[in-house]
Write a protein that binds this ligand. Structure first.
Ligand SMILES: [Fe+2]
Length: 241
């Protein structure tokens, strides 16, 4: 399986704080059947000041540590860009690393605030699309507007966004309402990929298999597998060529 949203790099955001914790997350990923993890540190100016150059440097150190420990996890990189004016500036100055491609479009992983779908979200998506960048919306099932009303997601669907649902949401780790929304999105057929959004072993582990198996009950094993293998690979394979 290919995990394209996870926080495995040590000391760069609210993921693992030490290299030992980071390596434990990587080993856990391997044990649960993940072959490739694309690390996606938060890019949230003023809070998490990550950008392409700094993420790459951290990734290179992490890759070296994985090799030293013989942990067979292939690592790629991107970032989880927080919606906002700074995001536009950072994209324009090429500081946001793309996740990969979807057809002819470049893809970035975009995070909305949990509290709501921000005003200007549709304009920001249009701005990105005009630049041949298609947003992959991180965990829409955990956004409070979507939790209140599933149809709040429809304008983003209509604009052509891709959607990443978090594996743990389907298996109920974020409560019953988030699980219901995750299941509804699966049933609507708008989910592009499942990913772990792993941060730590205790509460948010990289259990992609758990999400795949829970999704299989809803959409069948073949579609569930596509969401953790083919579709994520379609996006990120260009990182590994
Ligand atoms: Fe995340």
């Amino acid at each position: 399986m290919i995990d394209i949203h996870c926080h495995l790099l040590p000391g760069v955001d609210d993921g693992p704080s030490t290299m030992d914790e980071a390596l434990a997350l990587a080993q856990f990923s391997v044990d649960r059947g993940i072959t490739h993890s694309v690390v996606t540190p938060h890019i949230h100016p003023g809070r998490w000041d990550n950008e392409a150059l700094t993420i790459r440097a951290s990734m290179d150190v992490f890759k070296g540590a994985l090799a030293d420990k013989n942990i067979p996890l292939t690592i790629g990189m991107s970032g989880e860009m927080r919606v906002g004016l700074e995001a536009l500036q950072m994209v324009a100055s090429h500081k946001v690393p793309f996740l990969g491609k979807w057809g002819e479009n470049y893809v970035i992983l975009l995070e909305m605030p949990h509290s709501h779908i921000p005003t200007g979200m549709q304009q920001m998506i249009q701005w990105l699309l005009q630049r041949n960048i298609r947003p992959l919306i991180a965990h829409p099932e955990r956004n409070k507007d979507v939790l209140r009303r599933i149809d709040k997601i429809q304008p983003l669907v209509d604009l052509g966004c891709l959607f990443q649902v978090t594996a743990g949401s389907i298996s109920g780790r974020f409560g019953s309402t988030a699980r219901d929304r995750a299941i509804q999105l699966l049933e609507m057929g708008v989910v592009t990929v499942l990913a772990t959004d792993a941060h730590n072993l205790k509460r948010r582990p990289p259990s992609l298999d758990e999400g795949r198996d829970a999704a299989a009950v809803i959409v069948g094993a073949e579609v569930a597998n596509k969401l953790v293998v083919e579709n994520p690979w379609k996006i990120v394979s260009c990182q590994f060529e």
